[in-house]
Design a binder for this molecule. Structure first.
Ligand SMILES: [Zn+2]
Ligand SMILES: [Zn+2]
Length: 217
């Protein structure tokens, strides 16, 4: 599985073992940090070692483990934090009575919407809204890569029993937004729960029980 030259490094971070990705355009070295889960020094090390210039922090959704370093890294690099507007609203409300430190991670700079596009060097980041795991879950589609957050895992999908979860919505998102992508699209999930760290849409269509049992006839 070879992606079309996008630089990608994955770090498995924190007690919930979130996959934090650093992705960059290899020509311009412009980069993004996807779901910064903590352990900032490990993220910074990758960025420094590869001379990457971070441009955005993007959260695939608002669960606390995926936004843990929003504030610290956006301060260090002076870059905006981006999240789908539905999760921003949902989690801001949810953290109403919580610690100011937790709340601060939802002070989002750029509200994302379905089909928004962000420039990353010579690449385009396409925002695909995939509600189900949370109301504002998104997948990031860049070149032939899909950063699927907790919407689609290798062999599985995100849980829908937490507040804001919706199994029917999740199935519709996978069916309407993910399955139609080219089969050789490489899937980079939000957690390494499968038999291999990355997969392809084609492989998931054949093997993922959420697709084989709920969607395929
Ligand atoms: Zn989650
Ligand atoms: Zn997660």
């Amino acid at each position: 599985m070879k992606n079309h030259q996008l630089f990608i490094k994955c770090l498995n971070i924190g007690p919930f073992e979130v996959n934090t990705y650093i992705a960059a355009c290899p020509q311009t070295l412009e980069g993004i940090i996807i779901d910064p889960g903590g352990e900032d020094e490990r993220i910074i090390h990758i960025i420094n070692k590869n001379n990457i210039h971070p441009k955005y922090i993007i959260n695939t959704h608002g669960h606390r483990d995926h936004v843990h370093s929003n504030v610290s890294l956006s301060d260090i690099y002076n870059i905006p934090v981006c999240m789908h507007v539905d999760d921003k609203d949902f989690f801001l409300k949810k953290t109403e009575h919580q610690d100011i430190k937790i709340k601060k991670n939802y002070a989002i700079d750029i509200d994302l919407h379905h089909c928004d596009e962000l420039q990353l060097g010579n690449f385009k980041i396409k925002i695909i809204h995939t509600p189900g795991h949370t109301p504002g879950s998104i997948c990031l589609y860049i070149s032939n890569c899909l950063f699927s957050g907790d919407t689609l895992f290798v062999g599985g999908a995100g849980r829908t029993d937490l507040p804001g979860g919706d199994l029917d919505g999740l199935i519709q998102s996978i069916k309407n937004q993910i399955i139609p992508l080219p089969p050789d699209t490489i899937v980079y999930p939000g957690h390494d729960y499968g038999d291999t760290p990355v997969s392809t849409i084609g492989r998931e269509i054949k093997k993922n029980i959420y697709i084989t049992d709920f969607i395929s006839p």
